[in-house]
Each structure stands twice: as C-alpha cells, then as structure tokens.
Design a protein around this ligand. Structure first.
Ligand SMILES: [Zn+2]
Length: 186
C-alpha cells in the first residue's frame, strides 16, 4: 500500500483512508499489526526507526487512534468545537526528543519518541494530524464529493477545484452517471 493509493495527499488523511467504503462495503486495509507497520513505513517521519515486528496491541491502538482523529478532523472541517484537550493528551503520550545517529560515517538528526511502544510508533501520525488541524487551510481539507465515498483528501491542486478522491474511483463514476442522466433526459 503506497501513500498515493490512499489518495489523502496528507499523512493524517491517508490514515483516515486506510478504511474505506467501496460499493457500500467496508474495506479495511489493516488486518494485522504488520499492516499498520507497513503503512507507517510509507510515512516520511519516523519511518527509519520502525522495528521489524509490530508490538502487541498496535493494530487495536492504530484503529482506535484513526477513529479518534477522524472525529477531530471532521469537527474542525464542520466548524464544530475541536476537543483540543483530547488532541493534547494524544500528543503527550509520546514526548519527542532529537537524537543524532551516526551512519556510514555521516551524522543525521532524527526524532525519537518516548512512551509505550505503540504510542511511540503512532506519535508521528498524531503530530501529522495536529499539523493538519493547525497549519492547513480547512477549505482545502475535503471529503470526496461522492456521497457514498468516505475518503478525505487535502486539495493540493493549483485551482483548488479537486472534488474527488480520485478520477478512477469516483470522478469517472460521476461523469458516467451524469452522462446517463443527460441521455435519459434528452
Ligand atoms: Zn471518492
């Protein structure tokens, strides 16, 4: 699963999109801790510090986090009060510090997270969500316009006219449906 497959164009929205609805059926991308780990590997932040094996409870923790963050993102988008205390509690679960790694004669500065192993692994995702809520224009945080689609994305297009998670999934379907409607009306 690559980031582009999830259509979010932002790690926090890709996170929400790891569960989606296709033709009315729920499609869950995460069925094991290994799946979560594989997704974390696609993120820029923290990917180099991932363990070979998923710690116990990662799947459950990641799914719970996903739904909690979905609530925050939706509240922000809909202009409802955002539970800042809940977000801060999530951020506090894995404090960040900087560490220097020596690798092949080069020195590299990276983030390290403290806390429970699952919290430390998911910390970059919590930070990405906090950034989405505070730094991105909420007009550009969008839900796919297909009412049956549950995907979110950050509209990075120049014209800011993006309407669909992807042309392949929903855009073309809309085109075909409106073409049929026009034809039926003619
Ligand atoms: Zn869609």
């Amino acid at each position: 699963m690559s980031a582009s497959e999830l259509h979010g164009d932002h790690p926090a929205l890709d996170l929400l999109n790891t569960v989606m609805t296709v033709d009315g059926a729920k499609v869950e991308r995460w069925t094991s801790g290994g799946d979560v780990l594989e997704w974390l590997r696609t993120l820029e932040e923290g990917a180099d510090a991932l363990p070979a094996r998923a710690p116990a409870g990662l799947l459950e923790a990641a799914r719970a986090l996903r739904e909690q963050l979905r609530g925050l993102v939706a509240a922000r988008k809909d202009g409802a009060p955002v539970d800042v205390a809940a977000l801060n509690a999530l951020l506090a679960r894995a404090p960040r510090r900087l560490v220097v790694h020596a690798q092949d004669g080069a020195l590299r500065l990276a983030n390290a997270y403290e806390g429970e192993p699952t919290d430390a692994l998911l910390a970059p995702v919590v930070e990405a969500a906090a950034r989405l809520l505070t730094e991105e224009k909420q007009d550009l945080v969008k839900r796919c316009e297909n009412p049956e689609c549950t995907l979110w994305f950050l509209d990075k297009s120049k014209s800011h006219q993006r309407r669909w998670c992807s042309m392949g999934l929903c855009g073309n379907r809309h085109k075909v449906a409106s073409f049929r409607k026009r034809k039926a009306a003619a």
